[in-house]
Ligand binder design. Structure first.
Ligand code: HEM
Length: 484
């Protein structure tokens, strides 16, 4: 399929069809859909079965959490590579308060402010806060590689110790501590362990995130307990006071140690306390929350691909580092297979798989084979794993193909990688909702593989479970590098 990659502008003469699907009866339809989604079918099957039933990739359905947390759970799901990008077109859709979907956690979780990710670009403070974030990232350009390598070196040393004493390592907890430490040091230029946070930073963020995102998850309890779980976490939102203590600790640590950034925020017209709540959100929710998913996903897919790929990566990485005399931007750029592997992981397991936006006006959306009218005010929802494994764009779409993005044809496919809330070929601006750290995230993912394969030859991994957006892993064997 990759030879005919021109889906960006589908034919103008596609037939206009009514959007198929059903919301069911009020209240009960939403409860049924949410039980299918979490318990009866699981999310993959939930969408696949509806695509099959309605023979369409643009479908009406209800998205969790539904009653009583969402006012209105009805959405139009866009589930192919062509219709999905309507979610990025800010001339057609509004992204106000829909980061978490059809509900928004109380603003108490963010100091009474709606932080950047909840703002639509038409709101003036979106542009000033995003410009502030972009300026932070630009000013930290040269810090990323040395700081992240340092954090990884400590992580892998800890993993080695655990491995030699326990013969296996539960990976995620260690990943999260490393990710928090990295983000805090990037923004505050201080090790969080040497602040009032001690070693609790990632745990404080976990609590704060869990209470906001609980209505969107399941911990896969045995079936006789699933109704209890459903009622406990999806009837009312958890109140902020339960995590106030943890949030205050985070806020105070950032307020104290990110003072130079708060000074800079004032030059962007942002009040100090609003800037600090935004820093906590982007460090805790955007960056740390994202890294909780990205690095385990890399270890999972690369681990499952096996020894042959490990040898190829080790060879490519060690050769490039030797040729460039170190882990430099140029060395990273020369690693074509490593780059492709990162994109393939982001394609198969996008760290934020759900995107929402509301139609600003009556609009027409195209799939591969039809056009559909969406009315002003209707909520559009994209389940990204469907769009980025569209069989009309990607050959063997569900398979991990390490070199999928290598070469001229491979690089064209980057147009259809959407993990950052826009195309991989697009750069974030203050006028859109794309992750401002898109390129830095890809850089970190590459660095992760580089440090790993400079240190190890091969490894095996077991996937324990998938909770929320995260794969939980155990490393079951790890072989140190035998050549340099
Ligand atoms: C692995 C790490 C990361 C992942 C996976 C990630 C992913 C994303 C995604 C998918 C969005 C769009 C959310 C939506 O509207 O649907 C987003 C937005 C955002 N991200 Fe990232 N991100 C990561 C790291 C970072 C970092 C390091 C920063 C800043 C230091 C950052 C700052 C932001 C901000 C401020 C937004 C809101 C953008 C806007 O409102 O225009 N993210 N991120």
């Amino acid at each position: 399929m990759s030879s005919s990659l021109s889906f960006t502008n589908p034919p103008a003469n596609l037939p206009l069809k009514p959007i198929p699907g059903s919301y069911g009866t009020p209240f009960f339809g939403a409860i049924k859909d949410r039980h299918d989604y979490f318990y009866n079918q699981g999310e993959e099957e939930f969408f696949a079965s509806r695509i099959k039933k309605y023979q369409s990739t643009v479908i009406r359905l209800n998205m969790p959490p539904g009653p009583f947390i969402s006012q209105d759970p009805r959405v139009i799901a866009v589930l192919d590579a062509v219709s999905f990008p309507v979610l990025f077109d800010t001339s057609k859709v509004e992204k106000r308060d829909c980061l978490d979907g059809t509900f928004r956690p109380s603003v108490s979780f963010t100091g009474g402010y709606r932080t950047c990710a909840f703002l639509d670009p038409s709101e003036p403070n979106h542009n000033s806060i995003k410009a502030f974030v972009l300026s932070i990232l630009a000013s930290k350009h040269n810090a990323f590689i040395p700081l992240f390598r340092n954090c990884l070196s400590k992580l892998f040393t800890d993993i080695d110790k655990k491995m030699s004493s326990e013969k296996k390592v539960c990976y995620n907890f260690m990943n999260d501590a490393m990710a928090f430490s990295f983000v805090f040091q990037l923004l505050c230029e201080k090790d969080p362990a040497d602040t009032r946070l001690g070693n609790m930073g990632s745990i404080y963020v976990d609590k704060w995130l869990a209470l906001q995102l609980a209505p969107l998850g399941t911990i896969h309890l045995p079936s006789f307990l699933k109704f209890l779980e459903d009622i406990a976490i999806r009837t009312f939102q958890f109140p902020f006071f339960l995590v106030k203590h943890a949030y205050d600790k985070l806020y105070k640590a950032f307020y104290e140690h990110a003072a130079p950034l708060l000074d800079r925020a004032e030059s962007f017209g942002i009040k100090r306390d609003e800037a600090c709540h935004n820093l906590v959100f982007l460090a805790g929710f955007n960056a740390y929350g994202g890294m909780q998913g990205v690095f385990p996903a890399l270890l999972k897919w690369v681990g499952q691909a096996g020894e042959h790929l490990h040898a190829q990566l080790a060879h490519e990485i060690r050769t490039a580092v030797k040729e460039e005399g170190g882990v430099t931007f140029q060395a990273l750029d020369n690693m074509t297979l490593t780059k492709s592997v990162v994109y393939e992981c982001l394609r198969l397991e996008p760290p934020v798989p759900y995107q929402y936006a509301r139609a600003k006006k009556d609009i027409v959306v195209h799939s591969h084979d039809a056009a559909y009218e969406i009315k002003k005010g209707e909520m559009i929802f994209g389940y990204q794993p469907c769009a980025t494994s569209d069989p009309k764009v990607f050959d063997n779409p569900k398979q991990f193909v390490a070199d999928r993005f290598v070469g001229e044809e491979g690089e064209k496919l980057l147009n259809y990688v959407y993990w950052s809330n826009d195309r991989e070929t697009h750069l974030p601006t203050v006028e859109d909702k794309q992750c401002p750290a898109k390129d830095q995230v890809v850089l970190l993912a590459r660095l992760f593989l580089v440090e790993f394969f400079l240190r190890y030859d091969t490894y095996t991994v077991e996937v324990k479970t998938h909770i929320g957006l995260v794969s939980y892993l155990t490393i079951t064997s790890l072989a140190k590098a035998t050549s340099s």
